[in-house]
Design a protein around this ligand. Structure first.
Ligand SMILES: O=C(O)CCC(=O)C(=O)O
Length: 284
């Protein structure tokens, strides 16, 4: 698509130059709620929509300040259509207190607003160039897991294909924190600068590197934008209650998307706040 301004100008207009510098240096930046264009009321809408989707997809009524004590089962995923879908196209449970829901975009208009958010798209454009596609619109519900059951390596990974060098400008993530996250809330974690190593963490995490992994501590409403080739994972959660986040990823068109948005209805696209961006993101 034809963007209205060169990327440098858009970064300046949206006051994102410092965030672009963070992305270059560390591979991750935290945009506080006050600079996202969203309000706390939007965050509350997203929280409720995420909890409603979790109920619909599991039959369990999650409550933000309660740790689920019964076994959670995922019901038929809304995307379990009669086709050969990839694992990443199904709702699923992580081993330790982790529900991953896919296709949130269709679950509530607030998730579409996240997809067209100019701050997200400008920073992702800075990382990926002018042409990219939406490849996930997920929701995470995370709760405390049995002590000692969390892997030593925090599940460190890159979201790019397992080939090296891993530093091509292929994919960029945006995690919208819907609950406050300090270390004991079990947030996203990362190893700054690893997007410049060209390596995947598998087989490369030395004890020195492991000691440098940091939790991403940020308030509810923050947009955490990062380079998908930067090593990241999930910090263990020790607190009761839930951590809620949404996750969207964009990739260059060359790569197969993790979720397929090419069949999205015209209404959803044309009714968005930025149909032109939506058309590009959804392969129109
Ligand atoms: O938020 C988390 O716990 C992990 C997120 C993650 O792995 C991702 O965004 O790719």
């Amino acid at each position: 698509m034809q963007w209205a301004h060169p990327i440098e100008q858009s970064l300046e207009q949206l006051d994102l130059v410092d965030h672009a510098d963070d992305l270059k240096r560390d591979g991750l930046t935290i945009v506080p709620l006050s600079r996202t264009g969203f309000t706390m009321a939007d965050v509350e809408v997203a929280r409720q929509a995420l909890l409603a989707a979790a109920y619909e997809r599991t039959g369990h009524q999650f409550r933000i300040d309660e740790t689920p004590c019964e076994e959670i089962q995922v019901k038929a995923s809304p995307t379990a259509r009669q086709r050969n879908a990839m694992t990443s196209e199904f709702d699923r449970l992580g081993a330790n207190g982790y529900l991953v829901m896919v296709y949130m975009l269709q679950a509530h208009p607030i998730f579409r607003d996240l997809v067209t958010n100019p701050v997200v798209n400008t920073l992702h454009r800075f990382m990926l160039g002018d042409d990219f596609r939406l490849t996930t619109s997920n929701g995470f519900v995370k709760w405390a897991h049995p002590e000692g059951s969390w892997g030593k390596y925090y599940g460190l990974h890159c979201d790019s294909p397992l080939v090296e060098p891993a530093n091509a400008r292929f994919a960029a993530n945006c995690n919208w924190f819907l609950t406050d996250c300090e270390a004991d809330d079990g947030p996203l974690c990362y190893l700054p600068g690893t997007h410049r190593t060209g390596k995947h963490p598998q087989g490369n995490v030395t004890p020195e590197l492991l000691a440098q992994v940091r939790p991403v501590e940020a308030e509810a409403g923050s947009l955490v934008i990062f380079d998908s080739t930067m090593w990241h994972g999930s910090w263990p959660r020790s607190k009761p209650g839930l951590r809620l986040t949404t996750h969207t990823q964009r990739r260059v068109p060359l790569l197969t998307p993790l979720s397929d948005f090419s069949g999205l209805g015209d209404e959803l696209i044309e009714g968005s706040k930025d149909p032109e961006v939506m058309r590009m993101l959804c392969w129109r």
